[in-house]
Design a protein around this ligand. Structure first.
Ligand code: PMP
Length: 401
């Protein structure tokens, strides 16, 4: 008899479980629009050309060894990552009041940041948008924070519930941490306008709340790395403190390499140094130090002007393909005379469309059309191609009529 015989089977992860179900389906027309991973118009995973080139350089360089990185990761990678999100001329960087540590992609960066806050910040409450990426509440709760939600999405308009957001942040506990999606909000595809961001910033600063940005899609929303970083830079420009978790999964296509960074912008260099010393105490017992390969790829690309420019072009091409999928899907529904207003498909931003389809409609589309997506009606536009748009449009049409 096993000492584990009492262990009950856990449910599949709501997002990654979609892929598990998809893999089991023998249908030739099956379509996986669950997980947010970019596909080419041929439906294939994409390794960026610049990534291939950077890897080639790494392989050719015989002086490269496989020694441990420091607890905080690759120094060049950290510096360049901070520059990427805050901007080359960021005063916070020049004043040495930013500490950046390499972490295991976006998720690991969120977790390390949250563990640090749970130990060293006076307020344990973190306010996250409703809805948000399904892993957020689990990451923060397990790190020792207490999760509250703020209103974000309005199903009636399929847009931002700006009034509700301001009210909820306005009545948040004093000093509460506020999780903000830097751009391309997941799952809704709804981002505040620059003016709304400015109002949110003023409210957060006036109430003494602490912003924690999740930047998983820099460059993927608009196609421009700088535009997508504007909300973060706005908060840095006012001199206040904040955290940012960066991921290179989507914008460099480095999903499985698990490359990301946590930056904490502090009031001054002295605080930043002490904060970094404590981040090391968080990281060391969790995984000791981060892996070297993916961060080296990123550092090679960010350091070299030509590779960097090539990257921005490839990134823009991915963003543009997603935007064109929105247009194609919207046109296909219109051509079918599908009832309802589908303009949110072209208005929403980033990798996902929050379709408004309910869980029964999603179940119907999976059963009858072999289309796999999360039950909240979110579809990954990046998983769609010109060839599969008609099939998806047929399925949506059948589901709502
Ligand atoms: N935050 C958000 C909002 C995301 O959508 C994702 C990826 N789905 C992540 C963080 C983290 O992804 P990763 O750990 O792969 O970088």
């Amino acid at each position: 008899n096993s000492v584990f015989s009492h262990v009950v089977r856990a449910p599949e992860d709501p997002i990654l479980g979609v892929t598990v179900a998809y893999n089991k389906d023998p249908s030739p027309v099956k379509l996986n629009l669950g997980v947010g991973a970019y596909r080419t118009d041929e439906g294939k995973p994409l390794v960026l050309n610049v990534v291939r080139k950077a890897e080639q350089q790494l392989v050719n360089d015989r002086s490269r060894v496989k020694e441990y990185l420091p607890i905080t990761g690759l120094a060049d990678f950290n510096k360049l990552s901070a520059k990427l999100i805050f901007g080359a001329d960021s005063p916070a960087i020049q004043e040495n009041r930013v500490t950046t540590v390499q972490c295991l992609s976006g998720t690991g960066s969120l977790r390390v940041g949250a563990e640090f806050l749970a130990r060293h910040y006076h307020q344990r409450t973190i306010c996250i948008p409703q809805p948000t990426w399904g892993n957020h509440p689990k990451v923060f709760t397990l790190a020792g924070l207490s999760v509250k939600t703020y209103r974000y999405y309005d199903p009636a308009t399929r847009g931002l519930n700006f009034q509700g957001l301001l009210e909820d942040l306005g009545s948040a506990p004093s000093g509460a941490i506020v999780l903000l999606h830097a751009c391309a909000h997941n799952p809704t595809g709804v981002d505040p306008t620059p003016q709304q961001w400015e109002n949110i910033r003023q409210l957060i600063r006036s109430k003494g709340l602490l912003p924690f940005f999740d930047s998983a899609y820099q460059g993927f929303a608009s196609g421009s790395l700088d535009s997508d970083a504007q909300p973060v830079r706005m908060f840095v420009a006012d001199g206040g403190e904040l955290l940012v978790a960066q991921s290179y999964a989507k914008n460099m296509g480095l999903y499985g390499e698990r490359v990301g960074a946590l930056s904490i912008v502090c009031r001054n260099a002295d605080v930043a140094g002490r904060v970094e010393s404590q981040l090391k105490l968080v990281i060391r017992p969790m995984y000791s130090n981060p892996p070297i390969h993916g961060a080296s790829i990123v550092a090679v690309i960010l350091k070299d002007r030509n590779l960097y420019n090539e990257w921005t072009i490839e990134l823009k091409a991915m963003a543009d393909r997603i935007i064109s999928m929105r247009r194609q899907l919207f046109d296909a529904l219109r051509a079918r005379g599908t009832p309802g207003d589908w303009s949110h498909i072209i208005k929403q931003i980033g990798m996902f469309t929050f379709t408004g389809l309910n869980s029964e409609q999603v179940a119907f589309m999976t059963k009858e059309y072999h289309i796999y997506m999360t039950y909240d009606g979110r579809i990954s536009m990046a998983g769609l191609s010109s060839k599969t748009v008609p099939h998806l449009a047929d399925a949506i049409h059948a589901a709502v009529t």
